[in-house]
Each structure stands twice: as C-alpha cells, then as structure tokens.
Design a protein around this ligand. Structure first.
Ligand SMILES: NC(=O)C1=CN([C@@H]2O[C@H](COP(=O)(O)OP(=O)(O)OC[C@H]3O[C@@H](n4cnc5c(N)ncnc54)[C@H](O)[C@@H]3O)[C@@H](O)[C@H]2O)C=CC1
Ligand SMILES: O=C(O)/C=C/C=C(\O)C(=O)O
Length: 494
C-alpha cells in the first residue's frame, strides 16, 4: 500500500517492514478479490522468507531502540494517538474493509472500524492503571521479605489473523501487545490484507518508532504464515482462525517453547426457553446467525427451542431470515457475500449435506439469483434447517455461513447436555425471562463466554476466548497482560 493515496480500493498492497512499504523481494504477488463482485481489485505483494526474517529482525531491534526505552506513560500516549488517527481516517479504513470483505458498510462502520480504534484506547487504559502484586513474607529466621512483581514485554509477537473481522481481530491483539511494550509482526489473511497495511500509515503518522509494527503478506503453509511462526526470534504467537490451523501453528510454537494464545472455531449453541421474550430472542438470534453472513466465530449454528414455542419460533426466524437480502448492496437489509469462492463451495457443501442427512430446509438452502455487478459475488441464501439429528454433520462441524439447525427440547437437563456435547467451547446464549434459570444454565455451559438475553454484547475488559477446540487462553482487559507480558518476581530480604 502506498503511503499517499486516499483511495485504497485500487491500490497495490505492500508489506510494511521497519517503517517502510516494500514489495516482496522474490517479486511474487497475488490478486486481491472483492467477494461482492468476484473481481480482482488489487495486487498483494507476497513476503518471501527473507522479507519475513527482515520484519522479525526489525521487530527485535526495535525492542532495544527508542520504543524499549519509553516510559509506560510515553508508550500509552502513542497507543492512544493510534486510536485517534484510526478515527480520523475512518473513511479510508471503511473503504478498505468493505473492498476486502464485501460486508455491508453499516456493519463495518458500526463494528469493525470503531473496534479497531477502541482496541488501542482500551488497552492503553488497562496498561496505565495496571496494578502490581506484592506480598510480605515471613522468613525462617523470624524476619521479613518483600515479594513484588514487575511485568516486562514478552518480545516479538507474531499476530496471525483471519478475514472475517480483519481490523477488529488484528487490533484486538496488536493493541495489547504494543501497550505492554512488545513489537509485532502481523500476518493478515491473504483474503483481507488492506487494513493491516493501512495501519502502517497510521503508525508512521503518529511517530511510532520503526520496527514496532510490521506487516507481511502471504498465505499459510510454505508462505508468510509458516515463515513467521517458525522464525526462532518470534517470542510468542497469537492467532485467531480455524482449529486445524491452530494445531499446525502449535507445532511450530513448540520449537523453542514459545507461548501461544489461540481463539479458534466454534459450534455455538443457543437455548430458547418457552418463557423467553420471543421478539428479543428472534431479533438476537437472527443477528447471531446472519451477521457478517454467519462468518463470526461467536455466531450461533445450533438453536435449541423448548417444544411449546418451537413452531412459533421457527416461523418467526424464517421471516427474519427472509429479511436479509444477499447481493442487494446499498439496502439496509443487505447480506454480504462469503469471503471467497472456495469458502462458498465449503458452505454449499454443508447445505447439500444437511439435505442428504434428512434435514428439512425451512428457508434458503442455495445460491440466490443476482443480476448486475454482484452477479459474480460469492453469495448464498440465509438458511434454516429443522429435522436435524444431534449427530448430523451440520450440527457438529463449524460451517461459518449464514445458517443454523433448530431443534426442539423438553427439559433443562436434556438441553444442557445437548449444548455441551461438542468438541468446541467458545460461546453460548440463553434466552429466558426467568433469571434464576438464566444464571443457572449459563453457569452450566462449557464455554468461554455465555450471554443471557443478548449476543455479542462486548465489554472489552472481560475475559474472552474459548475452551476445548475453541482455543487456549483468554484475552481482554487485564487478562491480556497474562499473555503479552512476562513476570519477574523480586524477593527482597528485609
Ligand atoms: N474466527 C474464526 O473462528 C475463524 C474461522 N474460520 C474457519 O476457518 C476456515 C478456513 O478459513 P481460513 O481463512 O483458511 O482460516 P485459517 O485458519 O486457515 O487462516 C487464518 C490465518 O492463518 C494463516 N495460516 C493458515 N495456515 C497457516 C499455517 N500453517 N501457519 C501459519 N499461518 C497459517 C492464514 O494465512 C490466515 O492468515 C473457514 O472456512 C472458517 O470455517 C476462518 C476465519 C476465522
Ligand atoms: O469481539 C471480539 O473481540 C471478537 C469477535 C469475533 C471473533 O472473534 C471472530 O469472529 O473470530
């Protein structure tokens, strides 16, 4: 990405290494495709192994340069300036994110871009107010010792990102990493390279020292992702994406015993009790199934509904689903495309599989008829299934599309067992007007995050992450400090 243009849509997208934009040293590039039209709209310069090594070396050197010598107050001021600059350039970030993902502008302008800024501002606050820990300790000779901790940055952090909320998920990691004094090398998804590249301009504009923030473009295996995660000068790896990719990265992290933080896939359940406020439940769950065209790790793909309201709920959800309009850009009800032709093929494979396994399609189930510029986009219909069995593939595997299976249940114990019977453990939502039940069932969910009568309601200070195949570790607020800092305990004999 050039540092001067304000029209990112047609730009060449470059790596950002040691404060400068660079082509890949091996001359390789790949197209950047707009998923809403299926057309190439840019060229991304792929980083070679040598480029990735340069980025890591720049990040390592920056740790002992002006960045490493800053006080916390100076560092936090710079981080807050990054947030302000993202806000000032919100239109550029919005254009870049919409071009890469095809998502509705109102989604990117209300979720992706503001969170990009908030992730820096919140972690600047957390680090400024970070308390230390101390203990007075009795010693064997009848005296006293004082134990206290100091936190230090871990070093060079590799940040490997997905394509569904590119700026949001990248800054969710870069914000705390920098606030804690680390340096980063970011590997954005090959599908969505623009906002990570654009953030380099922001870093230079606020005076971030060179080498603190670096971006390398490319793919996973045999490309920038693998080059980065296997570089021995990377001290820690934070990753959001597919569970299988997490396993591959974990193997690389084992060499050199590097720390990892993983936020992986999910097969998130929702439980709707008969006493739920149906309006609230349908509004919340249609958002959780269809927002971002279902490409949300927190999205709901299994809905359990208490039998007395099952038919009414299904009818209301079908009406809500039909309100999402794939391909109708500019309409408030616009349902964006899936990220790529390949991902659409994967989702359509699940659509076919559901029917083969005996599901009844309540609505959707295929590819919408679209004319005009969006005819080549990677759209699918919002889809709901009933008559799905617990063991069906579409009820067990993460699909990452705008679809879910809806299943009736008869008792609280039964539904808790069904909801928890998965290898994943990212999130759940419970819908009931009986708050004792809400608290009780929420606590029984084997997940990292459980919402009651809401979904994706985020307070950035809270612990965020998943258990089982959904991840390792928690980020958010002070929890991020556990991953992005190393503690030295100092024991002073008094
Ligand atoms: N937040 C989530 O839970 C997400 C889940 N997914 C799921 O994952 C599926 C595949 O999507 P992808 O974009 O291919 O996800 P992915 O997990 O393969 O890719 C995420 C990031 O990891 C990088 N990567 C891939 N393999 C790597 C390796 N061996 N070493 C280092 N880096 C590597 C990619 O280049 C990208 O930057 C989707 O169909 C969807 O079901 C995708 C994105 C986000
Ligand atoms: O709010 C967040 O921090 C994260 C939201 C979404 C995801 O993590 C995801 O879809 O991967």
């Amino acid at each position: 990405m050039t540092s001067t243009s304000s029209s990112p849509v047609t730009e060449t997208i470059l790596n950002f290494i040691d404060g400068s934009y660079r082509k890949g040293s091996e001359g390789k590039s790949f197209p950047n495709v707009n998923p809403a039209t299926g057309t190439a709209i840019g060229v991304v310069h792929e980083a070679s192994q040598a480029d990735v090594a340069d980025a890591v070396a720049a990040a390592k050197a920056a740790l002992t340069g002006p960045w490493g010598k800053m006080t916390t107050a100076e560092r936090v001021k710079l981080i807050a300036a990054v947030a302000t600059e993202i806000e000032r350039r919100a239109d550029d970030f919005l254009a870049a994110e919409v071009a890469d993902t095809g998502k509705p502008r109102h989604v990117a302008s209300h979720i992706d871009i503001p969170r990009g800024a908030a992730n820096f501002r919140m972690f600047a606050d957390v680090v400024s107010t970070m308390p230390g820990e101390s203990f007075n300790t009795s010693t064997p000779d009848g005296g006293q010792a004082l134990n206290y901790t100091v936190r230090k940055p871990k070093g060079v952090v590799a940040v490997v990102c997905p394509w569904n909320f590119p700026l949001l998920l990248m800054t969710w990691k870069v914000g705390p990493a920098l606030a804690c004094g680390n340096t980063v090398v970011v590997k954005p998804s090959e599908e969505t390279p623009r906002t990570a590249a654009l953030l380099g301009e922001v870093m230079n504009a606020v005076g971030m020292p060179k080498g603190v923030y670096n971006v390398v473009h490319g793919f996973g295996p045999g490309s920038a992702g693998e080059f980065l995660t296997s570089n021995p000068d990377v001290d820690a790896i934070t990753f959001t994406g597919e569970t299988g990719t997490g396993q591959a990265i974990m193997q690389k992290a084992a060499i050199g015993v590097r720390d990892i933080s993983f936020e992986l896939g999910g097969k998130n359940p929702a439980i709707v009790f008969a006493d739920a406020d149906l309006d609230k439940a349908v509004e919340g769950l249609s958002r959780s199934v269809f927002l971002n065209t279902g490409q949300v790790c927190l999205g709901t793909e299994r809905v359990y509904v208490e039998r007395p309201i099952f038919d009414a709920f299904v009818a209301r959800m079908a009406a809500a689903a039909q309100g999402f309009k794939p391909g109708v850009t500019g309409d408030r009800a616009y349902l964006g495309p899936l990220i790529s032709a390949e991902h659409r093929e994967k989702v359509l494979g699940y659509y076919r599989r559901a029917v083969e396994d005996g599901a009844t399609v309540v609505t959707g189930g295929g590819v919408p008829e679209i004319s005009g510029a969006e005819a080549g986009g990677f759209f699918v219909e919002p889809t709901l299934w009933i008559d799905v069995a617990h063991g069906d593939t579409v009820m067990r595997e993460e699909i990452f599309g705008p679809c879910c299976g809806i299943v009736p249940f008869d008792s609280e114990d039964e539904v808790i067992a069904l909801a928890n019977d998965t290898v994943y453990g990212l999130c759940a939502s419970i819908w009931t007007e009986n708050m004792s039940r809400g608290h009780r069932v929420a606590a029984a969910m084997d997940v990292g995050v459980c919402w009651v009568n809401s979904w994706f309601l985020r307070d950035l200070r809270t612990a965020f992450g998943g258990s089982g195949h959904s991840g390792i570790g928690r980020e958010g607020g002070v929890h991020s400090l556990e991953f992005y800092t190393e503690i030295t305990n100092i024991c002073v004999k008094l």
